[in-house]
Design a protein around this ligand. Structure first.
Ligand code: AMP
Ligand code: MG
Length: 277
């Protein structure tokens, strides 16, 4: 378990998600309140991680000494069969050096670790961003990390507010505190096409850049088309090209996608802000 932290260079205070086969497995590890039962019934197996009060059986190294444990039932058949054969819950983070873009296919892991860790190849990820992380409390559900199970998906299942974490709750979920998912190149996000064009013109004068967009941008050649599923792949590709800047055009659809925007803003090394969609 400690080797996971060594290999990833992960801060010891960042707890690891425990993967389970079902809600029954989760009950062995944690207290499962009714709100959590309902969310798990709706979205497990799937990309929803639920932070719950941990039972003493969960080792401190997994919870980073906290009194909560984050559990998730994955829906990938290969991972499900690993859990089935193991017959026990499995603590497992994403297979990337801490702080770098998460891997979305086996090649990313092989290249990040230069083949030093064994890889089970289950094919490319279809969602492309990490799981939604929630903490059901007595009278609300705290959205600790947005993901493809959206705020609306959560609200459709529970009749309490879905709330953003307080400063203290962010502290309790350290992964959301760090600059995360960042490539080496400077990521800059823009709302308007015209601003992308201007930045692109400046960049071509002194440094190199790639432009990511869902849509063509008039006057800009070589736009790389991104989707949420290919975002991390595109960030990595830009790093392999050795460019200085990654210019990202966030149209209304991108801005309306909370998980997509969250990852882009975390990857962005500048503080240019975008208005609400
Ligand atoms: P990763 O394993 O890299 O996908 O990240 C897991 C995310 O879940 C990180 O943001 C962690 O900080 C968060 N997390 C894991 N365990 C807990 C926990 N017990 N309480 C709160 N957040 C957690
Ligand atoms: Mg991770």
């Amino acid at each position: 378990m400690r080797r996971i932290f060594d290999v990833k260079g992960r801060p010891a205070d960042n707890p690891v998600i425990v993967h389970v086969r079902s809600i029954e497995d989760a009950r062995e590890l944690a207290e499962v309140p009714p709100l959590a039962e309902r969310l798990a019934a709706a979205y497990w197996p799937g990309p929803l991680t639920i932070v719950l009060p941990a039972r003493p059986i969960v080792p401190d190294v997994v919870t980073a000494g906290r009194d909560t444990v984050a559990v998730r039932a994955p829906n990938h058949p290969v991972f499900q069969s690993i859990l089935e054969r193991l017959g026990e819950p499995l603590a497992a983070p994403s297979a990337n050096p801490s702080g770098t873009p998460s891997p979305t296919c086996a090649e990313h892991v092989l290249s990040d670790y230069h083949g030093a860790v064994p890889v089970v190849d289950g094919g490319a990820c279809t969602i492309g961003v990490e799981s939604t992380v929630v903490q059901p409390l007595h009278d609300c559900v705290v959205l600790l990390r947005p993901g493809s199970v959206s705020r609306e998906d959560l609200a459709a299942i529970v009749d309490v507010p879905i709330v953003m974490p307080s400063a203290a709750q962010v502290g309790a979920s350290p992964g959301t505190r760090y600059r995360h998912y960042a490539p080496r190149a400077c990521v800059r996000v823009f709302e308007r096409e015209s601003d992308v064009r201007t930045a692109c013109g400046r960049a071509s004068g002194r440094n190199s850049c790639v432009v990511l967009s869902r849509l063509p941008i008039e006057g800009v050649r070589d736009v790389r088309f991104m989707s949420r599923a290919t975002l991390y792949d595109e960030l990595r590709r830009a790093d392999h090209l050795g460019v200085d800047e990654i210019l990202v055009h966030c149209d209304g659809d991108v801005r309306a996608d909370e998980a997509w925007m969250d990852r882009l803003l975390r990857a962005a090394s500048t503080t240019e802000t975008l208005p609400e969609p």
